[in-house]
Design a binder for this molecule. Structure first.
Ligand code: FAD
Ligand code: DLZ
Ligand code: SF4
Length: 519
């Protein structure tokens, strides 16, 4: 091979249908894959997240070689490894003198900046291709967003339904409604026994990576083992099929339910495979739609699942690119309290939080309502600094990439974007958690108690949040009525709420430096 096309493939681009691989002749190309220190530590990712990425990268490299491609695979401990994408690309350019560098656009703004810099740095042309694994291109989202102040997901979602034809009968939604969310809010029922999601025993390649992570990332958050995530497309397809046949039917009704120690419930656990490219969004949606037409899953579950993917997932990606880089700095509610240490240790008597942090530490995963209404809600009403919250979510979840994590944190959870994503903050007292979980029955705090040292802290924090943000929130028609309730309470009750909340907030120990980033 004289002067090849050099094709860098990043750790979340592990798809055989990737745009940079399309039409590429193996005899004419050199693939570059690199395990680099910068990516493994820009936040200190959960140990299982690093195993997931490196193990999946190594398996993908083997699959590409089996397809006839020449792959330069730079391991983390290669003594020549420079530790960065740019450094490794420069070394590969030296080795191969490529006639072109061809790469699929990055998922993250930070890496896109580096890619743009490559265009001026190397002698050969650098072609950056759109990531066609997403259903909506970035330009398409920009067209949707143009001139809108509130970027309502539901409007975008309907466009995606029309574009894909999913659950459509001509121009009309199947069943007559676009959205069946109202049927998807069942509290947990006693005796609910969801079939567990499949677990995959590590093979020799993955075991080697587990050894590497044990040696090099011992100070990162989270349990290293058992590691059971899918790391190949074949495993991911098996996990998806188990979800469609065993759990999809009840996915809808129990989507918002939480049960202590039941970590997966009826969720798919497919986000890690989707986000690194082992599965494609459209293939999952078509499979879910087929389950509805075959009569094996009801419409509310199937529509709910499809909405999470072609609605929320596509929407947050468009939202991210539309608002970056400002989104990373946003702090509309001027929240400055440091993240508490217990987010890293799990040591808190608040049983809901302790259980969500336990599953996060154990599995590098927590399901949506745990992330949103327990962990996120706490950060919102306690006024935790958005950048510290974002670092935590980015570090601790195996499926976390900034394009999907940041809109959820800054927009959906913290209202730090000033309401571009959500029309109101999702603040809730202990009552919501009690309704949707079995956490409160065995908690040291009493959910029905509103103030005082034994009261559920969510109750007083809720009112503290409302009171301190009154000037910003009162004019919001979806939230304004709450202030009438607050005013009717009278000064004595209000003072008890505020004092309970302040005592609780004063008792929080800030996280030590070095958990999220190397200091
Ligand atoms: P399921 O409940 O089975 O849902 C199916 C799929 O829908 C998911 O795999 C995911 O791809 C998609 N999806 C569902 N909700 C969302 C959403 N709000 N945004 C984007 N996609 C969605 N998801 C990530 O993939 N990475 C993240 O870093 C991430 N950070 C989050 C942070 C916060 C604060 C919140 C509230 C949510 C976050 N989510 C994130 C969304 C969601 O919680 C996870 O996608 C989900 O828990 C993954 O588990 P699952 O595959 O079992 O999902
Ligand atoms: C998350 C991650 C980690 C931990 N390590 C690597 C790596 O060593 N090499 C790599 O190519 N990708 C890694 N990734 C994924 C990247 O961070 C991701 O591709 C970019 O953030 C763009 O989304
Ligand atoms: Fe959480 Fe409050 Fe319930 Fe305890 S009482 S589990 S702190 S909501």
């Amino acid at each position: 091979m004289l002067s090849p096309i050099l094709v860098p493939i990043l750790g979340d681009q592990l798809s055989h249908g990737l745009s940079s691989l399309e039409g590429l002749c193996p005899a004419d190309a050199r693939i570059l894959m690199m395990e680099v220190w910068d990516e493994a530590t820009y936040v200190k990712h959960h140990k299982q997240k690093i195993v997931l990425i490196f193990a999946a990268m190594r398996h993908f490299a083997a699959e590409l070689r089996a397809r006839g491609f020449a792959v330069d695979y730079v391991t983390l401990e290669d003594p020549e490894n420079t530790g960065s994408f740019t450094g490794e690309l420069a070394r590969a350019v030296e080795r191969h003198a490529p006639r072109e560098i061809r790469v699929t656009e990055s998922g993250e703004w930070r890496v896109e900046q580096a890619m743009q810099e490559w265009q001026g740095r190397f002698a050969c042309p650098v072609t950056i291709l759109a990531d066609t694994r997403f259903i909506a291109s970035r330009a398409e989202f920009a067209r949707f967003a143009a001139g809108r102040r509130h970027l309502t997901m539901e409007h975008f979602y309907r466009e995606m339904r029309r574009k894909t034809g999913l659950l459509m009968e001509g121009a009309r939604p199947v069943g007559g409604q676009w959205n069946y969310d109202a049927e998807n809010r069942e509290p947990p029922r006693a005796g609910l026994r969801p079939p567990p999601a499949p677990k995959f025993a590590p093979d020799a390649i993955t075991r080697e990576v587990i050894g590497l992570v044990a040696r090099r990332f011992a100070d990162h958050f989270g349990d290293l083992e058992p590691f059971t995530w899918p790391v190949t497309r074949a495993q991911a397809l098996e996990a998806a099929e188990a979800f469609f046949t065993e759990r999809l039917a009840l996915f809808g009704p129990y989507q918002d339910a939480m049960i202590a120690g039941e970590d997966d419930l009826y969720h798919s656990l497919l986000s890690t495979s989707l986000n690194i490219g082992l599965l494609e969004p459209l293939e999952l949606c078509r499979r879910a739609e087929a389950a509805y037409f075959a009569g094996t899953a009801p419409l509310n579950s199937v529509e709910g699942f499809i909405r999470q993917i072609i609605g929320w997932r596509e929407y947050v990606r468009g939202f991210y690119w539309h608002l970056m880089p400002g989104l990373a700095e946003a702090n509309e509610l001027a929240a400055h309290r440091p993240l508490p240490e217990f987010f890293w240790t799990g040591e808190t008597p608040m049983r809901c939080l302790a259980d969500c942090i336990r599953t996060t530490r154990q599995d590098a995963h927590a399901h949506h309502i745990q992330r949103l209404m327990v962990l996120g809600n706490f950060c919102l009403i306690a006024g935790i600094n958005p950048q510290e919250v974002a670092d935590w979510y980015l570090a601790v979840y195996a499926d976390a990439f900034e394009w999907v994590e940041l809109p959820n944190v800054a927009g959906m959870v913290l209202y730090a974007d000033g309401g571009r994503l959500a029309t109101k903050p999702y603040a809730a007292s202990g009552n919501y958690i009690n309704k949707m979980s079995n956490y409160c029955s065995a908690c040291r705090y009493k959910v029905a108690q509103k103030t005082g040292p034994d009261a559920c802290p969510f109750n007083a924090l809720y009112w503290h949040f409302m009171a301190r943000n009154r000037a910003r929130l009162e004019s919001n028609h979806r939230i304004g009525r709450i202030y009438a309730t607050w005013d009717r309470m009278g000064q004595a009750k209000q003072a008890q709420y505020l004092e309970t909340a302040e005592k609780f907030l004063d008792s929080l120990v800030p996280a030590r430096k070095g958990w999220a980033r190397n200091e």
